[in-house]
Write a protein that binds this ligand. Sequence first.
Ligand code: SAM
Length: 284
Amino acid sequence: MLNAIAGRLYVVATPIGNLGDMSPRAREILQSVALIAAEDTRHTGVLLKAFDIQTSMISLHEHNEIGRLPELIARLLAGASVALVSDAGTPAISDPGYELVRAAAAAGVEVIAIPGPCAAVAALSISALPSAQFCFEGFLPARKSARRTQLEKLSIEIRTLVFYESPHRIAEMLADCVVVLGGERLAVVARELTKIHETLYRGSLADLAARSTLAPHFSRGEIVVMIAGAVVEELSDTRELDRVLSVLLLELPLKQAAHLAAKITGARNNEAYNRALHLKALLA
Ligand code: SAM
């Protein structure tokens, strides 16, 4: 039930590198609200200055979002409208904002999207990978073992996978993708979208992993990684591999079970080993 006197919460997308992508509606809303809740007030201050917007700001980042909720919800319920922005792109998408949106909705405050740039959607739209259905994963875990476990879970996903990745981890991430998903899948790395050095790298995962260690600019700037989903035939191979492994793992040590399962099913040794690790974790 919406509260009739409450202000509105506007979730406002801002440019991901090119000020020309700021929409007239985003400007109008940021100008007219009582308060802007910004991930980093200094960062958003630069944006507001560029558009001559003088609205006051409050910080709302991952470490204070929960603590800020009572104050912001009280102001909204008292009739003040608030705009939520992050440093770049769409708030609440791998950015702070989810808790505020959830609390506002629960309090009966109307929540309005002011759509605009989002790196994941921009990258996918030019990827030439299947885009009718996709699986947005945000950032993979920074720790190698957790990252590989997450990739294992995603190895049977048939939709295009979309990740954010930091430049200093991209080479390591692509190398892990090759180990867990195999080197053949098509992938696209989109860097510095909407900026001067915007570049798109297309190729197989093995190709991109190799280029990430060789091309000097590959691992600089902001990056979206997209990987084609698993093909159904591969999946049926995986199912057969899993079936054989689940029997062998009951009787044999992991390495031996993986080696034998690869021989029986024709799977690659490292694929059988990774599946064995995955199954062992599930069976434990
Ligand atoms: N909420 C934002 C959005 O809607 O895109 C994403 C915020 S997330 C903290 C930042 C990550 O988005 C970066 O590390 C990078 O992976 C991706 N990103 C942001 N801007 C980008 C750009 N111009 N080109 C490529 N990737 C970008």
